[in-house]
Design a protein around this ligand. Sequence first.
Ligand SMILES: Nc1nc2c(ncn2[C@@H]2O[C@H](COP(=O)(O)OP(=O)(O)OP(=O)(O)O)[C@@H](O)[C@H]2O)c(=O)[nH]1
Ligand SMILES: [Mg+2]
Length: 363
Amino acid sequence: MPSIDEEIKELEGEIKKTQYNKATEHHIGRIKAKIAKLEKIKEERSKKGGGTGFFIRKGIYPSIGLLGPPSVGKSSILNSITNAESRVGAFDFTTLSIVPGVMEYRDMKFRILDLPGVIEGAHEGKGRGREVIAVLRNVDLIVIVLDPFKYDPSYILKELQREGIRINQKPPKMSVILKDRGGLNITKVGKSEFDLELFESISREFGIINADIIIRQSMTPDVFIDGLLGNRVYIPAIFIMNKSDTPEFEKAMDYVKSLGLDPIPLSIVKRKNIELLKERIAGKVRMIRVQLIPSNAPSDEEPLVVREGSTVEDVCKAVHTDFVEKFKFATITGRSVRFPNQRVGLEHTVQDGDKLTVFLRKG
Ligand SMILES: Nc1nc2c(ncn2[C@@H]2O[C@H](COP(=O)(O)OP(=O)(O)OP(=O)(O)O)[C@@H](O)[C@H]2O)c(=O)[nH]1
Ligand SMILES: [Mg+2]
């Protein structure tokens, strides 16, 4: 029996062989659904295998992953924009694990993660590529690093795609309600355009026979499959091309631009555009400000700038370990609660402008 990877390869080969036109569109759509199904089985199996992968916890600061082929200068970038010291080497695979560093920009802090280089075929387990890419599911921004010698981003983009990561894309506007009977009803809201017959057969391919599916935007079969599977993550990304000091740079840049990308040109050696990179990173991540007010005195402290989606626990951890261990309750006045000084627990998600007071157990 062929392995799942072999089956996927074969199906992908079939798509490549088939000319895309009106007549083959359905055939291709169904193959894509089959591939997505196999990927899902693969993912479920690998989860059962237990976790040997890298793990990162979401904290108060946004996490930014530096992704790219080996030797493009990821570690050099980390060292230039943060306080960290990651090993730099003139050979591939210098970095073998995740090296974090903190980048400061204005009143904000960001956690930058230097990752091992990813080579083609990562998804099939080459290098630790699969684990590296999987880490990116939990970051707030992906910085894709290219250089004049390794400038073709296509395999990196494919690896992200296969891991269920969609960059610079919004989740599809659709809903799926599974039912016991009544057949399959795909309806649309507004002027959404799609191929109804094809979407019906894709749904059946996933075993969805009784369901109400409402589609609220025009979409391609790929986007529809994403919406059906529902386990995709949508993460912003920026592209940069390092080593702008080298003679090959312009040609590589022209090529990447012809693909519709507009990477930030960077040179770590000449220290060019490093501030611009920081600014772009900060501009892509949503941050909120929370004011901590002591329980016994008015506060004139600067607000804490934290990642959107942070919880009371995240904030407490950032202030002092005691704050979590001795936590009794907190009160909040602001947008995240219904009335002033509302009591909340550690799991409560804070919002921009919240004023927070933490009450601790004595002793
Ligand atoms: N010319 C030039 N070389 C650079 C620049 N930035 C980094 N390098 C060189 O590129 C090589 C690789 O740099 P690293 O920072 O180790 O690259 P990496 O992407 O972290 O590599 P891996 O950890 O192996 O994936 C080193 O020899 C660096 O000195 C730059 O802006 N210009
Ligand atoms: Mg490195």
